[in-house]
Design a protein around this ligand. Structure first.
Ligand code: ADP
Length: 423
């Protein structure tokens, strides 16, 4: 599937998930409000039933409907037109609330109908069967003489309502977990797809990389097969050189791939020896110059005068610097110019490979050292490569305790800085 379609599908999937989560939040909130309303209704019914039972027990018939007042979110009051015996009140309240499935702790108090001592008695009923001293309740309504009020409060109302929400919360949690799993699977799938893309790119690059030297070798060999060529030593030499250079190029590319896969499968084995950085770079300069000569370019060296001694894997470090120089030459318009500078700053060795080439955009700079990464040029393979060189450089430099970074400006050039700790 095209990546644009995948992106659209991904956006749709995210929107659907966001919609499901929003709906779920809405339902949970609505369920909570409904639960609150149901709680108030159940308590009102329970209080009315309790008050009517109490009057009935005293043989009092009232033609007035029993009125329940809500004093606050968790406190209620009900009017009883009869004397209320203490033992009977607790039992009636408990059974009326249980019948309405209100299994929450409650505190009750009975108005004494005198101004000096407004409460005749109070109690705190816990659902776990333990008893507690009652606290100060909501003020009961002012009572007309001869009337009594039962006040009842639910101090644990919020947690009781929350406990009733558990099935809702559980189902929402399961849904969130399912969405999380789906997201993770999607992420794995994308990761796999991008790996496949990377591998496809790698195979395409490798085919291009190998095609040109192989064609040169075939061409050169065809010419050498011609018996007439033996009489032309100059042409013989130039075709032999083409074949040799192409074979060398192929070998170096194969070596690069082998080095990388070996480092990956066996772990990087460093063969550390003592050397002086200036000597290494001076010895390598002819190889750089030969590389630059193909594009009529140049490589310059600017080295610190004080010898910089180092203990490291000379071969790997040589290949790493070669990669940087090679890139500087490859990614420049002709004639390419690469400048290498080496200096010591405190306890660090600073080696810079600067070019005046095409530069790298900011977004690509972030991925530069990732394996198989190549700056996107559409499907144009104008400069050949596998996208493993810089990753190799970073592996080698880090194995020596250092790091490598890139500063680049599109169209102006790039500077790769290798920082190594002095041994
Ligand atoms: P490659 O074999 O493709 O050169 P590298 O890992 O060496 O692989 O480089 C990765 C990518 O980084 C290259 O494809 C190129 O787009 C970009 N790049 C590396 N060095 C430079 C440079 N000096 N100037 C501009 N672009 C560069």
């Amino acid at each position: 599937m095209k990546s644009r379609n995948i992106r659209i599908l991904l956006i749709l999937a995210v929107l659907v998930c966001a919609g499901i989560i929003a709906t779920q939040v809405y339902w949970v909130r609505s369920a909570y409000v409904l639960n609150e309303e149901r709680f108030q209704l159940n308590v009102s019914i329970a209080l009315r039933n309790a008050a009517e039972s109490l009057m009935h027990a005293q043989g009092i018939q009232s033609n007035e409907p029993t009125r329940v007042e809500q004093l606050s979110t968790s406190c209620f009051a009900v009017h009883v037109n009869a004397p209320v015996p203490k033992g009977l009140l607790e039992a009636q309240l408990s059974s009326a609330l249980a019948a309405q499935h209100v299994a929450a702790d409650f505190q009750y108090e009975l108005s004494a109908n005198t101004a000096t001592s407004p409460i005749s008695y109070a109690g705190y009923i816990q659902m776990n069967g333990n008893s507690r001293a009652p606290e100060k309740l909501h003020d009961l309504p002012v009572q007309p003489s001869g009337h009594q009020y039962i006040g009842i409060c639910f101090p644990q109302r919020a947690s009781f309502l929350r406990s009733r929400m558990l099935p809702w919360a559980g189902s929402s949690l399961l849904l969130l977990i399912a969405i999380g799993f789906l997201g993770y699977l999607l992420f794995l799938n994308f990761q796999e797809r991008s790996l496949v893309e990377v591998q496809k790119d790698f195979v395409a690059n490798m085919t291009h990389e190998f095609k040109t030297p192989l064609a040169s070798i075939r061409l050169g060999a065809d010419v050498l097969k011609n018996p007439e060529i033996t009489g032309q030593p100059q042409r013989l030499l130039s075709y032999a050189t083409i074949i040799s250079n192409s074979a060398m190029h192929l070998t170096s590319q194969v070596d690069r791939i082998l080095q990388m896969s070996k480092a990956e499968s066996e772990g990087l084995q460093l063969n550390r020896t003592d050397f002086v950085w200036q000597d290494l770079l001076r010895a390598e300069l002819p190889a750089y110059a030969q590389l630059a000569a193909a594009g009529e370019g140049s490589v310059s060296l600017q080295l610190a005068t004080v010898p910089i001694h180092f203990k490291g894997d000379k071969e790997h470090l040589k290949s790493a610097i070669f990669n940087l120089v090679d890139n500087g030459l490859k990614y420049s318009l002709a004639p390419p110019r690469v400048h290498i500078s080496l200096q010591q700053e405190g306890k660090q060795i600073i080696l810079k490979v600067r070019d005046e080439g095409i530069g790298i955009d900011k977004a690509s700079q972030r991925h530069l050292f990732e394996r198989f990464f190549r700056v996107h040029t559409g499907n144009v393979h104008d400069v050949k490569g596998f996208g493993i060189g810089l990753n190799y450089v970073r592996i080698i430099v880090r194995a020596h305790g250092g790091d490598v970074k890139c500063d680049s400006q599109l169209g102006k050039g790039s500077t790769f800085t290798v920082i190594l700790p002095l041994s």
